[in-house]
Design a protein around this ligand. Sequence first.
Ligand code: SN0
Length: 316
Amino acid sequence: MKLFSSVNDVTDVNALVKEALQLKQFPYAYKDLGENKTIALVFLNPSLRTRMSTQKAALNLGMNVMVLNIDKEGWALELRDGAIMNGNTVEHIREAAAVMGQYADIIGVRSFPGLKNREEDYSEMIFNKFVEFCGVPIVSLESATRHPLQSLADLVTIEELKTRARPKVVLTWAPHIKPLPQAVPNSFAEWMCKADVDFTIAHPKGYELCSDFTQGATITHNQEEAIADADFIYVKNWSAYEPYGKVFGGNEDWMLTNDRLKNTNKAKIMHCLPVRRNLELSDEILDGESSVVVHEAANRVWAAQAVLKRMLEGLS
Ligand code: SN0
């Protein structure tokens, strides 16, 4: 595997999930695979789980790890081709990515969307420039439109905790105070649409996701109906796709409470984290029996390790 940026980069999703669960059982089975190989994790935005779980995954495979918080510690990057760099940017992504490719065998990149220009974000301008110029295999640590390591860990979690062969999985919008990317819900939706689950998306009017990611999903504006008989409820806020990056206010009543879970199939509550308590999700849910958010975060290691293992196996 040379690129992990979406579910479309994986030919056998089920096998990858199984591989992750194998690694969970035997974390050090491939501890020599990454000997003398280096991964560089490059962050243009904040991170807790992605940084630590990918680092841990690489260490379990015997790799060396370098982390660069390029937004804070690097030179200000120029992204536009042909720019006259007489302003604040110091280094062009062409040189920066090419140089990183000289130091690392695999590169991970986190690049959030600006949420201003939809075409630019949805063309994955920044992530694709890293792919173009670094010359080594590259893994997305959340790009403008997707968060595939998160979605793989989510599917691993569902596979592990499901109590029936084809579980009902619901992605529900939750309230927030600021516009957030569509990357996590887009990605979760495209992975669920390829998995053996019954998948529903619930959100208030106006928060329709780009339909490229939701083919095969049932979509509704009624949260109560959506979560009836659900086995898993994935909670996440996102801003509108149209008008792009906007939030409309209101909809505070979309925050789940224990009372609302009564009609579910003892639903397990998922969230990618970080979660704002009592805005996106109530204390009673996060501190109660139904929450699996920490378990889900723990599975980030095995998802990342399965992907890095495949990348290492593809290196000459
Ligand atoms: C990011 C997002 O894509 O929604 C990362 C999730 C893994 N989340 C945030 O930016 C949360 C920011 C906040 O202020 O709550």
